[in-house]
Design a protein around this ligand. Structure first.
Ligand code: SF4
Length: 357
């Protein structure tokens, strides 16, 4: 059996070898256990064990991030790709990720980076400091940094340090998220997070349980909290999967929830499913289903409804909800024209909601 001194040496060398970062938002749960307060799982983690996301570890009664600066992706993307359609339209967003996720979606588009952290918590990735990330963002002409591709909540330490530096340089920060943050995590990000796109994947707890190994209610709570208690610009995305969440009833429940909890100005992106990962034998979403979802969103009173993953679709563009004028003409991720003037429709003067339109 290892002595206490030998155990301490092992811990120290693990921390040095892996450049571990003490986690934010955790507390002691007694007996050298810790409770993580970043996401709705609120894992209680025993000494030497990992949280559910496998990238946070209790070492000697202290919680550490194992993925802190281990970038697995970095690209200058159009902000439209997030998707964020009412946030600095036509700009580039420096988009980064570290490996891991707190969900296990069977249709994950990025499973090669989100679902490949081993049970030993070994995280592959290139160590890149927040200063370097901000510098790369500035030099590539980006107006924001996006924490995306995997779930940013579980690499909050890097997001916060990078986000604060980015603000000093005049850049905005956005999350693309599954919406499983705790209120504490949202409050923690309030000072530097400007925008967020949240996946509202379904309105059924069974869907979340069976296809994502998660729960619905925490996501609804996050969306409601952000809308009511923060200035963070929010857009929502629903991937419509044939036979799973495409019923008239469910789509109407989602649209009604958005209007009632967030108001009619929150954009709703209805996204087309393509077979992938563990659902590679399914069919892509029929266009008629997406069109039906679009109509449901508009009937519910939403001002801005978009179809995603359907290049060339009319409803990729932004229309004035009052007079119907085309305001932002899109072709895929490209902006053909942005006619919004001082945040308003040039035809009828209606105010268009968004961030630096
Ligand atoms: S971030 Fe990870 S460790 Fe923390 S509560 Fe969520 S799943 Fe658990």
């Amino acid at each position: 059996m290892a002595t206490k001194a030998a155990e301490k040496r092992t811990i120290k060398s693990e921390m040095a070898d892996r450049n571990l970062k003490e986690a934010v938002l955790w507390e002691s749960a007694g007996d050298k256990k810790v409770r993580c307060r970043l996401c709705a799982w609120r894992c209680v983690i025993g000494q030497g064990k990992l949280g559910r996301c496998s990238v946070r570890k209790n070492i000697d009664g202290v919680l550490y991030s194992l993925s802190y600066d281990k970038l697995c992706s970095a690209n200058a993307d159009p902000i439209e790709k997030k998707p964020l359609f009412h946030f600095q339209p036509g700009s580039k967003s420096f988009s980064i990720a570290t490996p891991g996720c707190n969900f296990k979606c069977v249709f994950c588009q990025n499973w090669q980076i989100s679902q490949t952290v081993g049970e030993d918590g070994f995280v592959e990735g290139r160590a890149v400091a927040p200063e370097q990330i901000v510098s790369m963002a500035v030099h590539s002409g980006c107006k924001s940094i996006a924490y995306t591709y995997t779930e940013p909540t579980i690499f909050m330490e890097l997001c916060a340090e990078t986000g604060r530096l980015a603000k000093e340089k005049g850049l905005a920060n956005v999350f693309v998220s599954n919406g499983y943050q705790t209120r504490e995590a949202i409050d923690f990000a309030k000072g530097w997070l400007d925008g967020i796109n949240i996946d509202l994947k379904s309105f059924s707890d069974d869907y979340y349980k069976n296809l994502c190994k998660a729960r619905l209610q925490p996501v609804l709570d996050t969306i409601t909290y952000i809308a009511a208690e923060t200035d963070i610009w929010m857009e929502l995305t629903t991937l419509v999967v044939p036979g799973k969440n495409d019923s008239q009833d469910e789509l109407r429940q989602i649209a009604d929830f958005i209007v009632e909890s967030c108001g009619d100005d929150v954009p709703w992106h209805i996204s087309r499913f393509y077979p992938q990962y563990q659902m590679d034998n399914e069919i892509p979403t029929p266009i008629e289903t997406l069109q039906r979802a679009y109509d449901i969103g508009k009937q519910a009173g939403l001002h801005y409804v978009y179809l995603g993953n359907v290049p060339g679709a009319k409803f990729e563009s932004t229309f004035c909800y009052n007079c119907g004028a085309v305001l932002i003409e899109r072709a895929g991720y490209t902006i053909a024209a942005n006619k919004i003037r001082n945040g308003c429709c040039p035809e009828c003067g209606t105010k268009i909601a968004g961030f630096e339109l």
